[in-house]
Design a protein around this ligand. Structure first.
Ligand code: ARG
Length: 464
C-alpha cells in the first residue's frame, strides 16, 4: 500500500489545498473495500459495454477499457497491484491504474456514472455471491443433520421444557427440529437476495444522468432482475445490508442455541453425547479436560453478528437522502458478518457427523424425571376419565414415586391401582419409553416412523 501522493488523488478544482495527510488516511476505504475488486471490475465492464452500445464510447475505447480492466484484475489477483491510500477507495485505485495503463480512454469509463451508484452496485454483486455460499453452507449442515437424524431415529432421550424433564423424544426428531429452523434461514436468505438483486447503476450521483444510457441492458449484463425505479433510493438505501444482517443474526441465534445444547449434552453431568476429539481442545492445566471449543466459539460469535445488525441500523437512521459518506461504514460489518457466518456453518457441518450418542445415559436420564407421566394421563383418558382428573391421579402417583425414589414404570400394578381402579395390566406398554415415543404417531410427532417420514420429505424439499 503506498500513501505518498496526496497530489495524485483525483483532483478537484473546488479544493485549493491538498487533503491533510491524516484526513486522507482517515477517509480512505481502500484498505478494506479492495475486497470488492472483482465485482467493481465486473460492473465497470458492463458499464463500458453499455456506453459503447449507446454510442457514448467508441468500440475501440470499449475494447481498450475492457482489456485494461482484465489485466488489472489479474494483477490484483496475483497481489501485484499497488493499492494507494491517496486514491481513497477501490474504485479510484482501479480507475487511476486503468488510465495509467491505456491512456485517455481510461478517463472516459466514469462517463454517466458516479462512485455512489458504483459502490451500491458493487456491494449488491458481492453480497449476491456470498449469499449463495451461505445458502450452500446451510444446506451442507442440513444434510449432516438428516444423516444424523436417520442414524438416530430410534434413539430416545428426555425432551425438556424449562430444562426439566418433560417427555421422551427421539434424537432424530430433535435433530429435525434444527433442520426446520435452518430451512427457514435458507429461505430468508433467498428472499433477501430477491430484493437486493436490483441494479442501482444509472442513478449516478443521485439524480440520474443526461447521457442516453440503457439501464435494462446493463442490468441484463450483470444478471440483475431489473434496474431500480428511483435514483435517490438507489444510492441511499442500505436496507438490503440490514436485512442481510438480520437474517444472519437469526441464523447465528439458531447456531448459538444449538451450540448451547451440544455444550450441555457433552458435559459430564449430562453425558448424552461425545464430540469428536478434533473439534475439542484440552486444558493447559487440567489434564482431564475435553472442552467443546467449537460450539462455544460459535455461541460467542453470535454477539458480534448481532452487534453488526445494530451498527448498520444506527448507521442509517439519521441520514437524509441521498448518498452520505456514512455509508462507507457499511462494509466492515458486512465483511465480518459474512466471514464469521461462513466459517461457523462450515465447522458446524463438519462437526455433526462426529457426534456420537451415549444412548444408555440418554435412556437412564429419560427414566429419571417421570417422562411418561403424560402417557399415563392419556391412558386414563382412554379408559374414559376426564383429562383434568387423570392429571390429578398421575400427580399423586408421581408424588409417591418421588418419595419412594421410583419411576412410574417401576411401580407394581397394585401400587398403580391404588391411584385409580381404571389402571390395568396393559398400562406398562404406555409407561415404556418406546411406547411413549411410538404413540406420538402423527405428522410432526416424535415416533421413529414419523421421524423417518419427515426425513424423507425433507430430502425431497432440499433437492428441489
Ligand atoms: N468509498 C465510498 C463508499 O464506500 C464510495 C462512494 C464514495 N462516494 C463519494 N461521493 N464520496 O461508500
Amino acid at each position: 500500500m503506498s500513501d505518498n501522493s496526496a497530489s495524485a488523488k483525483l483532483s478537484s478544482a473546488r479544493l485549493s489545498a491538498p487533503t491533510d495527510a491524516f484526513v486522507e488516511a482517515f477517509t480512505a476505504s481502500v484498505e478494506f473495500d479492495q475486497r470488492l475488486y472483482r465485482h467493481d471490475i465486473e460492473g465497470s465492464i458492463a458499464h463500458a459495454t453499455m456506453l459503447a452500445k449507446q454510442g457514448i464510447l467508441s468500440e475501440a475505447e470499449r475494447d481498450a477499457i475492457i482489456q485494461g480492466l482484465e489485466q488489472i484484475r489479474e494483477r490484483i489477483a496475483a497481489s501485484e497491484f499497488d493499492w494507494s491510500i491517496a486514491q481513497e477507495d477501490v474504485h479510484m485505485n482501479i480507475e487511476a491504474a486503468l488510465t495509467a495503463e491505456i491512456g485517455d480512454a481510461g478517463k472516459k469509463l466514469h462517463t454517466g456514472r458516479s462512485r455512489n451508484d458504483q459502490i451500491a452496485t458493487d456491494i449488491r454483486l458481492w453480497l449476491r455471491d456470498e449469499i449463495e455460499v451461505i445458502r450452500d453452507g446451510i444446506l451442507r449442515l442440513q444434510q449432516a443433520l438428516l444423516d444424523l437424524a436417520e442414524r438416530e431415529a430410534e434413539t430416545i432421550l428426555p425432551g425438556f421444557t424449562h430444562l426439566q424433564t418433560a417427555q421422551p423424544i427421539t434424537f432424530g426428531h430433535h435433530m429435525m427440529a434444527w433442520f426446520e429452523m435452518l430451512e427457514r434461514d435458507r429461505e430468508r436468505f433467498a428472499d433477501c437476495n430477491r430484493r437486493l438483486n436490483v441494479m442501482p447503476l444509472g442513478a449516478a450521483a443521485l439524480a440520474g444522468t443526461s447521457y442516453p444510457i440503457d439501464r435494462h441492458y446493463t442490468a441484463d449484463l450483470l444478471g440483475f432482475e431489473r434496474p431500480s425505479e428511483n435514483s435517490l433510493d438507489s444510492v441511499s438505501d442500505r436496507d438490503f445490508a440490514i436485512e442481510f444482517s438480520a437474517d444472519a443474526s437469526i441464523l447465528m441465534m439458531h447456531l448459538s442455541r444449538f451450540s448451547e445444547e451440544l455444550i450441555i449434552w457433552s458435559s459430564a453431568q449430562f453425558a448424552f453425547i461425545e464430540l469428536s476429539d478434533s473439534f475439542c481442545t484440552g486444558s493447559s492445566i487440567m489434564p482431564q479436560k475435553k472442552n467443546p471449543d467449537v460450539p462455544e466459539l460459535i455461541r460467542g460469535k453470535s454477539g458480534r453478528i448481532f452487534g453488526h445488525l445494530i451498527g448498520l441500523l444506527t448507521l442509517m437512521k439519521g441520514q437524509p437522502l441521498a448518498y452520505n459518506k456514512d455509508n462507507q461504514e457499511d462494509k466492515e460489518p458486512l465483511f465480518d458478518t459474512v466471514d464469521n457466518l461462513q466459517g461457523s456453518l462450515k465447522v458446524f457441518a463438519e462437526m455433526m457427523p462426529g457426534v456420537t450418542c451415549r444412548k444408555q445415559n440418554m435412556r437412564e436420564a429419560a427414566m429419571k424425571g417421570f417422562a411418561t407421566a403424560t402417557d399415563l394421563a392419556d391412558y386414563l383418558v382412554g379408559k374414559g376419565m376426564a383429562f383434568r382428573d387423570a392429571h390429578d391421579v398421575v400427580g399423586r402417583a408421581v408424588a409417591f414415586g418421588v418419595a419412594e425414589g421410583r419411576d412410574l414404570s417401576a411401580m407394581s400394578l397394585e401400587e398403580l391401582q391404588g391411584f385409580s381402579a381404571d389402571i390395568e395390566e396393559d398400562v406398562f406398554k404406555v409407561l415404556t419409553l418406546e411406547g411413549s415415543v411410538a404413540a406420538r404417531n402423527h405428522i410432526g410427532g416424535t415416533a421413529p416412523s414419523q421421524v423417518r417420514a419427515a426425513i424423507g420429505r425433507a430430502r425431497e424439499r432440499i433437492n428441489q
